[in-house]
Unconditional design. Sequence first.
Length: 186
Amino acid sequence: MNSKSCLLILSLGAALIGNVASASNWETSGYTGLGFIDEGGLDDSSFSSSFSVVYRFGEVWGVEAGYTSFDDYKSGFDVADGRGQAQADIDGFTLGLNYRSMLNESWYLTGHAGLWGWRSDGKIEAPGVALVRVDDDGTDAFVGAGFGYMFTKRWGAGLGVTWYGVDFNGNSTSTYIVGFNTGYQF
């Protein structure tokens, strides 16, 4: 092996080690469970999830960016000619602060809060009435908290809840996820 090849291999190794060291502040965070909404005639639960990438400034505080999706919410209602149905699908992107505090070597508390840009598509259908489609988007607050257990130095899981504001058509609607939270530290 000549000196140029050796220098190239050493440089590549140093670059990779530097990238691994800088990745130690990054982690993932996610919630999977039931999403709930209770607004006027729409009272339902659905499978929902969120996923975020977190950059941690220290051991406790970080900034996160992610995506949250609430599956279709559906709710029936009575009309003169039978039964109608309202349906809404809500999803969007989040940006906020993330908090994680270790209670001891294994248990932790976690929380996050910020803004989320959401979009909702909905429809209302009833016998004898033309289908009504509505859509809206906006930016509102979100806030959540949870607790968990670190199964390894890098991976933990627990339970949590996150509330999302949705100012749909000027109504102060809200929805939230209650479920399983996971996190992986790089």
